[in-house]
Design a protein around this ligand. Structure first.
Ligand SMILES: *Cc1c(COP(=O)(O)O)cnc(C)c1O
Length: 423
């Protein structure tokens, strides 16, 4: 990609960006002097679509008007409301609708998937994960190992980056899987690591896991709405994600689950059941026998939060209008531009630890700050830039193609340069 220094280049990119107008469909926070902030924390909490309020208000109004009858008679009947999310969500993750369901929240869904896909049996009882996985994932996995009466010290295997390297090599993942071989029950990776921004090859890891007879699961918290996903084709057994990061579903937003179609009628495996996973046609006969739905919906437990789903609908509509593939194309260029400008600063106090290969990352770049000096982070924050500090020494910066501009990136790089010069 060809990039140039100077603000004229950023303006030219914004003028020729056919996705530029999508920014107007979001509320952009403003500083105390009324200037729009540079919002680079869509990887933590996505911005609010302007139409979210309208979607939520519709359900509040129908609740006021119809009360319990809203389950059947609301404009969008609540009984089947989650189905409105299924197809748009399936398009974003590259799955069939029957493999996709929105329910609960991320870590809860991870537990439910571990109940079904972590099935220790004899010596096959290990779980392989990435070193530096999101803490919640690690807690969930460790607790599941303990709940089966097993020892995490023996059963939890982490794949490390090589010494002196920041990212994990796929050949090392394959070699760890090969070494532990038929002792592995499950391989569980992030789609994009929240800290380094490294994107893992889901199909490749799945292939290695399946070759030794293990299941493969993925946490897509930092992938869904960020990179192109082909979950069905990748053959992964399951995936979980949240909707409040790149998917702009709002704080505490509803989570998502993918279960590959080959498991759609695996009714004999261990599942935690609840009435929402029961056959829709007979659910309200309230019979004691549990008759699970086919596909991912069969893992539902509770009736889901309508207001959160309404909020997410407003955002998924925007994704459909923009198209995930087009967003990714812009994202590759936007983040490439950010990398180009940061590298141009050439200051030894900062280092990008995210892979430089665009295919091995999403929109986020993680900047390691020498000596863990937080004053740089405080200074750019003071200048109206939203990034975040992750212990021990990283600033995460995520330009989101839906609402960030090339000018945002240019301004940020200038602020970064000036802040470093001041330090
Ligand atoms: C954000 C994130 C979570 C958060 O979990 P919740 O259950 O939604 O609170 C978990 N795992 C990963 C990888 C994340 O990035």
């Amino acid at each position: 990609m060809n990039f140039q220094t100077g603000s004229a280049f950023a303006s030219e990119c914004d003028r020729s960006d056919h996705l530029a107008s999508f920014r107007d469909r979001f509320f952009i926070p403003v500083t105390s002097d009324g200037k729009e902030v540079i919002y680079f924390t869509g990887n933590s909490l996505g911005l609010q679509p302007r139409r979210t309020g309208e979607y939520v208000q519709t359900e509040l109004a129908d609740w006021a008007r119809y009360a319990v009858d809203g389950h059947l008679n609301a404009r969008n009947p609540w009984l089947s409301y989650h189905e409105l999310l299924t197809e748009p969500m399936a398009r974003i993750i590259g799955a069939n609708a029957s493999e996709t369901v929105m329910m609960n929240s991320l870590t809860v869904n991870l537990h439910l998937m571990l109940v079904s896909f972590y099935r220790p049996d004899g010596k096959r009882r290990k779980i392989v994960i990435e070193k530096g996985a999101f803490p919640s994932d690690r807690y969930a996995i460790e607790s599941q190992i303990k709940c089966r009466g097993l020892d995490p010290n023996e059963c939890l295997i982490e794949v490390n980056p090589r010494s002196g390297e920041n990212n994990i090599r796929h050949e090392d993942i394959e070699s760890v899987i090969g070494t532990h071989n038929d002792e592995i029950a499950l391989v569980m990776f992030g789609g994009v690591n929240y800290y380094t921004g490294q994107a893992f090859d889901i199909a490749r890891i799945t292939k290695a896991a399946h070759a030794v007879g293990a299941f493969a699961g993925f946490d897509l918290a930092h992938s869904a709405g960020n990179i192109d996903l082909y979950l069905s084709d990748s053959d992964a057994d399951f995936a979980v994600w949240c909707s409040y990061k790149y998917l702009n579903g709002g704080p505490g937003g509803i989570g998502g689950v993918f279960v590959h179609s080959r498991h759609s009628e695996s009714f004999d495996i261990c599942r935690f059941a609840g009435w929402w996973g029961h056959d829709k046609k007979t659910r309200f006969l309230m019979k004691p026998e549990f008759k699970p739905l086919k596909g991912a919906e069969g893992w539902q437990i509770s009736n889901p939060p309508i207001l959160q789903m309404a909020a997410l609908r407003a955002s998924l509509e925007i994704f459909d209008d923009a198209g995930m593939h087009s967003l990714r194309q812009k994202s590759l260029r936007l983040t490439g531009y950010l990398e180009f400008l940061i590298n141009g600063i050439a200051d030894e106090r900062i280092e990008i630890i995210t892979p430089s290969n665009p295919q091995e990352r999403g929109c986020q770049l993680s900047i390691r700050v020498k000596n863990a000096d937080r004053s740089l982070f405080h200074e750019i924050t003071r200048r109206g830039v939203f990034t975040d500090w992750r212990e021990p020494d990283v600033i995460r910066v995520a330009p989101v193609p839906l609402y960030n501009s090339y000018n945002d990136v240019y301004q940020f790089a200038e602020i970064l340069r000036e802040s470093l010069a001041k330090m």
